[in-house]
Design a protein around this ligand. Structure first.
Ligand code: FEO
Length: 400
């Protein structure tokens, strides 16, 4: 396979030896429409070092890319920056195949590798802030807890001015292009934001701490090499600044209207709400869940100031697609969002009120009473929906 799956040179000493997953579409609930990559990096020298591995089915591909540069048996050290199985599923096979002298992970990483694979006894814990000279290169390590898991750490290669950042600064995007300057900037911006919104948003406090820690370390960054997606080399400071902004969760005048419908009554209400929002000066995104995935909604919510939700009542409950989406959004813990609810019904009519209660449970500030429509909305109900939109838009404008 090594003649087919080649490594990609990153610097004089460092090679990308990961794998491209063109088919994955679900990443624990996050729709990965563009696939992803599992990045691993080989640092050559007297004693080659492998930084991270790949998801289990891609072990052969990773090994072939390593073999295109060095005999895998020559790899002396392995570093595991993050224990989630998309980066460690191939670790046991890797250790069996190359038999490194030492394998390193954070203290929490050692525990996680034990709990996942029983590998803890083969892994040496690295101290936060530790520096190691391996194979002629200087490696510095910093724990970045909860970015993404308690075990997460990053590795800085001092001579290369290269940060291997594991999940941080990554994106789910399968491409043959390995560097940011080989891909359109708007695509990178969108996919990086989508990744942050769906993976890191609830961990924003930890992200801020990690960024402060990296800044305090004073590491000069020529390259940031995450474990997913392209390597940032054209202006690595840009994605760091984006993370700092996203972690603050700035809220604009955008309102996201998420809804589903059975017989188009709630659909008509949503369109009237959207018209009211627009008339009030808000930027509006209508997202019917028949055509929008929960992770699309999460992405739009990254910079939205308001969330309006609409559902019909079915069997005395909220239409299930809304329950799914709001459960997902609640877990992502967006801060500083305004909201309101609406929905149609036939006889019992719980959905709109229950949606409003769910928004409150999500810590969304509900700024208007829910609007309900018995069966098909008449002109009066549509005026109420329009007014609901205007009320939310006014609350957004008042907040500035
Ligand atoms: Fe890419 Fe948290 O794993």
């Amino acid at each position: 396979m090594k003649d087919v799956f080649q490594a990609v040179r990153v610097t004089d000493r460092v090679w990308w030896v990961g794998a491209i997953d063109w088919t994955v579409r679900d990443f624990h609930g996050y729709l990965t429409g563009g696939g992803t990559t599992y990045n691993a990096y080989l640092v050559t020298g007297d004693e080659p070092v492998l930084l991270d591995t790949v998801k289990a089915p891609f072990f052969d591909e990773m090994l072939a890319r390593v073999a295109s540069v060095v005999d895998p048996a020559e790899v002396r050290y392995v570093v595991s920056n993050h224990s989630e199985p998309d980066h460690t599923g191939a670790l046991a096979a890797t250790l069996s195949r190359i038999r490194p002298e030492k394998t390193f992970a954070s203290a929490q990483g050692v525990k996680a590798l034990q709990d996942h694979y029983g590998l803890g006894g083969q892994v040496t814990a690295i101290e936060d802030g530790q520096e190691l000279k391996l194979g002629g290169s200087t490696f510095r390590f910093a724990e970045t807890r909860m970015c993404h898991w308690p075990d997460s750490m990053v590795t800085y290669l001092a001579e290369e001015k290269l940060l291997v950042s594991q999940d941080a600064f990554g994106m789910h995007l399968a491409t043959y292009e390995r560097f940011d300057d080989e891909l359109p900037a708007p695509l990178l911006k969108h996919e990086a934001a989508r990744y942050y919104a769906n993976i890191l948003l609830p961990l924003s406090g930890f992200v801020t701490k990690a960024l402060e820690k990296l800044e305090a370390a004073g590491w000069e960054l020529d390259l940031i090499a995450p474990d997913h997606g392209p390597i940032w080399r054209s202006a690595p400071g840009g994605i760091v600044a984006d993370y700092a902004r996203w972690a603050r969760q700035p809220r604009g005048n955008k309102a996201v209207v998420v809804y589903d419908t059975m017989w188009q009554s709630t659909d008509l209400m949503a369109r009237a709400v959207g018209e009211g929002l627009r008339a009030g000066g808000a930027a509006v995104r209508l997202m019917p869940l028949s055509g929008s995935h929960r992770s699309d909604v999460a992405t739009e919510m990254l910079d939205a100031g308001a969330l309006l939700v609409g559902a019909p009542t079915i069997n005395n409950e909220i239409f299930p697609t809304l329950a799914d989406c709001l459960t997902y959004l609640k877990g992502l813990r967006p801060q500083g969002v305004l909201g309101a609810a609406f929905g149609s019904y036939g006889w019992s009519g719980e959905a709109a009120k229950d949606l409003s209660a769910l928004l409150t449970d999500m810590k969304v500030e509900v700024v208007a009473e829910p609007v309900r429509s018995k069966y098909v909305p008449d002109d009066e109900v549509l005026r109420q929906c329009h007014a609901l939109g205007r009320t939310v838009a006014a609350a957004l404008a008042d907040r500035g």
